[in-house]
Design a binder for this molecule. Sequence first.
Ligand code: VGL
Ligand code: ZN
Length: 205
Amino acid sequence: MKSALLLIDLQNDFCHGGALAVQDGDAVISVANQAIKVCKAQGIDVVASQDWHPHNHGSFAVNAGTEPWTVGELDGLPQVWWPIHCVQEQHGADFHPLLHRDAIDFVVRKGQNAGIDSYSAFFDNGHRASTTLHAWLQQQQIEQLLVMGLATDYCVKFTVLDAIALGYEVTLLVEGCRGVNISPQDSQQAIEEMQHAGATVLALD
Ligand code: VGL
Ligand code: ZN
């Protein structure tokens, strides 16, 4: 069975000093680089997602006339209002400088539609539109995914849940994940949710 390594949103804005920095987010970059090395040696493709918003994106608190970290509704869906982050072509949206980006075989961008948020690398939050990811994986006949990245409780979680629903066999590399944790237990809960949905949770220690 063919596999791919799927790296979620290893971008400057989710790392130290970024607009939506996740606690200890930088720590996952070396995990990603190790996983890349192992996977490349096995001929396994490396795929990376990028949160890629227009400046007028509806998930930005400022565009909703509200405060970051509060909750509202966008396109009929519950929405956390975020600080401005991962704006297309800006430094914050770029991959972390230490990530071995030359090894990435395919980049999938998401969140371009200003009217809806898109945590999953497969679909927007309303499952109204899909990204290019599923079609690409199918083209490569990839059925198994090793997933890690940022953030555990948002983009990793929704990507993994969609992947399982689409029929992929998913392994979550826990050491390579860090969460936003608006509530302290969010990441732990997200890991349990992914596990209950059918993901294999791989902890290296
Ligand atoms: C993410 C919040 C907003 C993520 C993206 O990558 O987990 N979280 N946009
Ligand atoms: Zn975003």
